[in-house]
Ligand binder design. Structure first.
Ligand code: NAD
Length: 266
């Protein structure tokens, strides 16, 4: 295996690996020598990711697809067990799967069931369980591990186009990740949050389904474009690899400058 690979032989679980950020991350990790466990609620989509890896990536990397609904604890437990059974250990988990409900709104209009669905599903409880079972496996790994949890730039700044439950769930991901990073700092387990800016993925584009909705956001993005999923994948690669060996507990922003911006360029 080439010494220049950044994840040589590392066993990496990626949730939501069937599309968007998760799909691109699975490809990038495999290209860097990782053994990838591509997990998704959509089994066919996870399988397609594995087939793409097999077609596009030459080398020693292996990949398997796992059906996992991260809103179900038993399925997360089984996903981690499968990774360890197949590859002997766990080095990295990217708790990336998330949902954005179209009826998520402001304090007055958001229904309790939408709030509960968002909090109890992929966005928060699933991230906790992903951390829980990964930590359990990584404590047995002499080299520890790296856990990356997908939050969002909306966890850091307010938006007058509200999605209250989504925003609250992502803020909670930042707080939870930071705390777990401190708890496990001396176990060799690093935890970081990834805060993507608005991206050209299915998740956001199906939500911003008119030119007006897109423009309402675009004016606030200093770089004048939505991000690409692969740009998040490359940040996840950095956080997964030993290149970030002294980085833990961060809110890692990959947002085209949006969270630092007052006035955008003309
Ligand atoms: P996407 O919709 O393109 O892909 C999400 C994948 O997750 C899909 O394959 C879907 O089947 C899977 N998934 C959904 N619910 C699941 C569940 N319960 N269990 C397992 N898999 C499930 O989304 P994306 O844009 O790649 O977003 C990935 C993450 O990035 C999410 O956590 C999202 O909140 C976050 N994020 C996205 C943006 C953006 O602009 N797209 C911005 C900030 C943060």
């Amino acid at each position: 295996m080439s010494a220049t690979l950044r994840l040589p032989g590392k066993v990496c679980i990626i949730t939501g690996a069937g599309a968007g950020i998760g799909l691109e991350t699975a490809l990038v990790f495999a290209q860097e020598g990782a053994h990838v466990v591509a997990a998704d609620i959509n089994e066919q989509a996870a399988q397609r990711t594995v087939e793409t890896i097999q077609k596009q990536v030459n080398g020693a990397a292996k990949a398997i697809a796992v059906k996992c609904d991260v809103s179900k604890e038993a399925e997360i437990k089984a996903m981690v067990a499968k990774a360890v059974e197949e590859f002997g250990k766990l080095d990295v988990i990217f708790n990336n799967a998330g949902i954005m409900h179209p009826q998520d709104d402001n304090a007055l209009n958001t229904e309790e069931r939408i709030w509960d669905l968002t909090m109890n599903s992929a966005n928060l409880k699933g991230v906790w369980w992903g951390c829980k079972y990964a930590i359990e496996a990584m404590l047995k790994n002499p080299k520890g591990g790296s856990i990356i949890n997908t939050a969002s730039f909306v966890a850091l700044m307010g938006a007058a186009t509200p999605q209250l439950a989504y925003t609250a769930s992502k803020g909670a991901v930042l707080a939870m990740t930071r705390e777990l990073a401190m708890v496990h700092a001396r176990d060799g387990i690093r935890l970081n949050s990834l805060c993507p800016g608005p991206l050209k993925t299915e998740l956001l584009m199906s939500f911003l389904d008119t030119p007006e909705k897109k423009e309402r956001r675009m004016v606030h993005i200093p770089m004048g474009r939505f991000g690409e999923a692969v740009e998040q994948a490359k940040a996840a690669l950095f956080l997964a690899s030993d290149d970030s060996s002294f980085i833990t507990g961060t809110d890692f922003k990959v947002d085209g400058g949006i969270s630092g911006c007052y006035v955008t360029p003309l």
